[in-house]
Design a protein around this ligand. Structure first.
Ligand code: TYC
Length: 128
């Protein structure tokens, strides 16, 4: 019994029966002549990766956001500018995807840098 699993919650997992045919192939005959019924499992799995999402505001300078993206999220100057403009125009954007504890630390670092610079810049964590 094999299973093709995807990380994250509530997604379909297609298991493969002993016949070698995936169970989502409806009514295929296996080697003993038995029909294989359609069965699509939905498993709940804890995500292993988390998105750090940067939020737009009207006061943080574009330069500061670019500095944060370069310094905290290890983006190149061009990529940092691209992400900053995406957040500016769309209200939010992904700064990076990390394991939980790394994502948490990045958010704390952004919040701390922003507070010291007296900007309201915020970052949040979402399931990847
Ligand atoms: N909207 C800000 C400005 O016009 C720039 C900005 C971009 C702020 C991204 C926050 O996450 C942000 N100065």
């Amino acid at each position: 019994m094999q299973a093709v699993r995807r990380a994250a919650t509530g997604r379909h997992v297609h298991s493969v029966a002993r016949s070698g045919y995936p169970e989502y192939v409806s009514q295929r005959q296996d080697q003993t002549g038995d029909a294989v019924k359609e069965r699509v499992k939905t498993e709940k799995k804890e995500p292993t990766q988390y998105k750090v999402v940067l939020l737009n505001d009207d006061y943080t300078t574009m330069e500061f956001v670019v500095q944060v993206l370069e310094g905290v999220f290890q983006k190149s100057p061009a990529e940092a500018y691209r992400i900053m403009m995406h957040v500016h125009q769309n209200g939010r954007g992904i700064a990076g995807v990390y394991p939980w504890e790394v994502a948490e630390t990045k958010v704390e670092t952004v919040t701390s840098l922003a507070r010291h610079a007296q900007f309201p810049l915020r970052a949040t964590i979402e399931e990847a």
